[in-house]
Design a protein around this ligand. Structure first.
Ligand code: ADP
Ligand code: MG
Length: 278
């Protein structure tokens, strides 16, 4: 599913954009289908055709830079999930226009966590932590029967420091933030989650979004989506989806937790304030 591996299914599909479709494995097809589902649900906040924008900025590569407005508006014309043509019967996907390209970076890790969980369960492992860097799956309960206690990364500090914890059994916990991949130019932080309506890194008051769900692919799609949508729209979206909960952290160090998670969440870092109102 990688865009960086030239022989991957996604690379081959992208190379045929505007020309023909590509037959895909069931796995890759289903992740694209899932991405399109969330594009529709989020009004295009999540958009797998964001690839031309991702490679223009090159964040995390040796080519990272702030592109000109003109370059951004040119590339933005190529971004539109409605140009992903799905043919489920033949497991085929086609990109409508030349130079369009798919990047599944926002959800492939979540899909992978779900698959790893299946392997574990098929091998009778009933208690495990899957950690794919930002994507955690807490499989079953702890061996002693208690909930797992999972730390939520403090988005303002380095890796490994948490702002609070949640108690969960058999849940996916996925966090998106601006602290993992970014560069700073003239005092502005440019990170790797892009708003498809502007072509710039999503500039919201949110600095991290954590989604707790049964399936990690949903959590991954929703953590990236809500990061782009921002606090109000993000909370509304999560509250409208059954069985999905969220923890949002704002740049003014406020922590918002959806109702179903309140009894499970503990704020441990006094730098942050817990917004109990919502
Ligand atoms: P991480 O990869 O750090 O776990 P995310 O799950 O939030 O973080 O995904 C970020 C990745 O998603 C980016 O590196 C990029 O490949 C891709 N991406 C960025 N913006 C969008 C977007 N608006 N829609 C879909 N994918 C995006
Ligand atoms: Mg994601």
């Amino acid at each position: 599913m990688s865009v960086n591996i030239k022989t991957s299914e996604i690379s081959k599909l992208n190379a045929k954009a505007g020309i023909s479709g590509k037959k895909l494995s069931v796995d890759t097809y289903s992740v694209i289908e899932k991405s399109v589902k969330y594009s529709k649900l989020t009004g295009g906040a999540l958009d797998a055709t964001i690839e031309p924008i991702v490679s223009l900025w090159g964040i995390g590569t040796d080519k990272e830079r702030v592109p000109s407005k003109k370059e951004i508006s040119e590339k933005l014309k190529l971004v539109d999930y409605r140009d992903i043509i799905l043919d489920k019967k033949n497991s085929m996907v086609k990109l409508k226009r030349a130079n369009q390209a798919i990047d599944l970076g926002a959800i492939a890790k979540g899909y992978t966590a779900d698959e790893v969980k299946k392997v574990l369960l098929n091998n009778k492992v009933s208690s495990a932590i899957i950690n794919l860097g930002g994507n955690i799956y807490a499989v079953g309960s702890r061996p002693d029967g208690k909930d797992w206690n999972i730390g939520i990364q403090n988005p303002l500090s380095t890796r490994g420091e948490y702002l609070g914890t949640i108690n969960v059994t058999d849940k996916s916990i996925v966090t998106s933030g601006n602290y993992e991949r970014f560069f700073i130019k003239d005092g502005i932080r440019y990170h790797h989650i892009f708003d498809p309506s502007t072509g710039y890194p999503a500039n919201q008051q949110l600095i991290s979004t954590t989604i707790v769900s049964d399936k990690s692919v949903d959590g991954d799609a929703l953590s990236t989506s809500t990061y782009i949508l921002g606090l109000d729209k993000g909370l509304k979206l999560i509250e409208s989806i059954k069985g999905v909960e969220a923890i949002f952290v704002t740049s003014d160090k406020k922590v918002y937790v959806t109702p179903g998670l309140k009894s499970k969440f503990k704020l441990t870092n006094e730098e942050f304030t817990y917004e109990k109102g919502r």
